[in-house]
Design a protein around this ligand. Structure first.
Ligand SMILES: Nc1ncnc2c1ncn2[C@@H]1O[C@H](COP(=O)(O)OP(=O)(O)OP(=O)(O)O)[C@@H](O)[C@H]1O
Ligand code: SF4
Ligand SMILES: [Mg+2]
Length: 330
């Protein structure tokens, strides 16, 4: 059953140069106790769609239309106060750079114990004990001494563990992880991913895992949504995306071919997908992927394909989802 369901979400930003349609009709769902991996190049709308759920958009941003159903309730109907409660109790977020989320002037113990003292009315001593337990749960060695340290005294990997501890402290139903390991080196990244998978199994937390790295998705996701230019272009169980099969989106195909190269710095062109993501204020007519797609036809350049159910649990936004048809037909 879906814990979170986004239906036909449109999130726009008003800018001096025009309206940026950052999220343009996105639908996806996260099942209870499962991980949905959202993947796509920079600027595809991965973060904006997630931040729309939490209503944490920049001031010039707005959800123009669509539904966000969380735990059976339309989040759009929630008051500010109800949203505040959802963010504190039901949905937690981990971002790429933990330093920006941690307050540099307070010890880890102080920042972690505060919510327990304020929201749960715990005594200081009790809250401190809880903090050490939380740090131990995310496998931080010597949790008592780490609790006394300031954020800058910890390594990037340790800080990200602290963020996971904070995010999981209220036992959220949904954890949104937006590129949580991108800033970390490969070994630490593997440890953090393993930890998140263990916590998911233990606590049954659902995870919305955002990344530009299909390799990471392969480690983490039960289901995958591939995004391009503010839209979902393919959605399927991870095993379908990662096994050779009859149907796929040409963009997913390109991402798969470039897996070993995906750890290049942002902005570096992926060899398997020629060209660059179009500017959001200058999107092409027809299929948004057409200028970069080696299978594009005149029809693709004129008409926009819809996201269509190809088979059970598998949707693709392409006129030619059958790989054979692409090779033979054109
Ligand atoms: N405040 C804003 N004003 C105008 N445009 C914005 C604003 N915030 C985001 N955008 C635009 O929305 C689009 C989607 O951005 P988003 O951050 O969701 O991309 P992303 O897929 O998360 O990329 P990345 O992998 O770089 O994090 C981009 O074109 C971005 O420039
Ligand atoms: S609709 Fe055409 S251009 Fe778009 S992804 Fe499919 S084949 Fe490529
Ligand atoms: Mg992002």
């Amino acid at each position: 059953m879906a814990l979170l369901e986004i239906k036909d979400l449109h999130t726009f930003f008003d800018t001096k140069k025009g309206t940026v349609k950052a999220v343009n009709g996105v639908s996806y769902s996260v099942d209870a106790g499962k991980t949905l991996g959202v993947v796509g190049e920079s600027g595809s709308g991965k973060s904006v769609s997630a931040m729309s759920i939490l209503r944490l958009l920049d001031n010039n941003g707005r959800v123009d239309s669509g539904e966000i159903i969380f735990d059976g309730k339309n989040i759009q109907d929630c008051t500010k106060k109800e949203m505040y409660k959802i963010r504190g109790n039901d949905i937690s977020v981990i971002f790429q750079e933990p330093m920006t989320s941690l307050n540099p002037v307070f010890t880890i113990e102080r920042q972690l114990s505060e919510p327990f003292i304020i929201h749960q009315g715990m005594k200081k001593k009790e809250a401190r004990k809880k903090v050490v337990e939380m740090l131990a749960a995310v496998k931080i060695p010597n949790p008592e001494s780490v609790a006394k340290q300031y954020p800058h005294q910890l390594s990037g990997g340790m800080r990200q563990r602290v963020m996971i501890a904070i995010a999981l402290a209220c036992q959220p139903k949904l954890l949104i992880a937006d590129e949580p390991t991108t800033a970390l080196d490969v070994t630490i990244q593997a440890q953090i991913l393993k930890l998140m998978n263990e916590l998911k199994k233990e606590k049954g937390t659902s995870i919305l895992f955002i990344t530009h790295d299909l390799g990471v998705i392969n480690e983490m996701a039960d289901d995958v949504a591939v995004m391009y230019c503010g839209q979902v272009v393919e959605m399927a169980p991870a095993r379908k995306i990662f096994t050779k099969q009859k149907y796929s989106h040409p963009y997913t195909e390109g991402l798969m071919e470039s897996i070993p190269r995906l750890d290049t710095p942002t902005g570096v062109r992926l060899e398997a997908i020629p060209g660059a993501v179009p500017h959001p204020l200058d999107l092409p007519k027809g299929c948004k992927f057409a200028p970069r797609c080696k299978y594009a036809t005149d029809k693709c350049r004129e008409e926009e394909p819809a996201l269509v159910k190809i088979e059970e649990n598998h949707q693709i936004r392409c006129f030619y989802p059958d790989k054979e048809m692409r090779k033979d037909g054109k």
